[in-house]
Design a protein around this ligand. Sequence first.
Ligand code: SAM
Length: 274
Amino acid sequence: MRRRPQLVPWKAAGRITEQQSSGDEVVRQTGWVFNNETGDDLTLEQFVATGDQEVAPYLTVFGFRTPEIENETMVEIGCGIGRMTCAFTREYGEVIACDLDLGFLERTRETVSRFGKIDRLRTVHVADGHHLDLPPNRADLAFSYITLQHCNPDDALELSSEAVRVTRPGGSIALNYRARGRGDVILLPLGGLIRAMFRIPKFGPWLSRQRWAARLGWQANRLHPNEVVGPLSPLLKDVTVWRNPKSHITGEGAAVGTFEGINRHHYWVTAEVR
Ligand SMILES: C[S@@+](CC[C@H](N)C(=O)[O-])C[C@H]1O[C@@H](n2cnc3c(N)ncnc32)[C@H](O)[C@@H]1O
């Protein structure tokens, strides 16, 4: 079994969310895990609204909002506590929300029951951080946002391959990654150091609950689009690398798409599965 210290802070945050009394409290105290915000005035409703504001443009820009959408199934890899899942359940007939933390999945069910369509939701525990417990061709779309950048490179590539496996031929993938930037010369080694420290008895578990340490520890990979698409290219067609207009990242053999809503440090790979 590979050591996966990058999973430690997610599980630590998941344990904290289990102790909190409501989704609102989770957002106030642990919301930084998902969108780097906390504050006594925050509510779960506002938190979900930030997901709503992102889901609609992405589905539109990527061309997924077709008349058939209500009869389709989508898989969300790394759902957190359901920030975007609520909006997905309002669009898709079935949403399979996947996350490595069981506490987050429980909160996702609660969030969707308040702000989405709970009868359309299924959850899947990604117990090992790299395998989706789903049969092949199960979904019309596999989607992942702000998750693969936090996995070690092997897990990110395996989850990308899993996204393709669970999507039917003719279906689509939309996967989000973080591109290499200048600050990574410092951030990546620091992230590695912090993750090594998560292993120290007593100190490590405390450290993994600190916001600054968790955020550094999550700096786990910067995959280039060619590393992602290369091994999958026989299984894909119409590959597009989407980026902010101010970013320059491209992928070999991939079309380029731009959208102002994309974080300048991120990119997306969309493609049709053969
Ligand atoms: C920054 S949060 C983003 C959640 C959600 N996509 C959103 O935008 O609110 C990343 C999520 O990915 C999950 N995650 C991290 N590594 C994972 C892995 N290897 N497999 C499945 N989920 C993972 C974490 O538990 C966390 O819930």
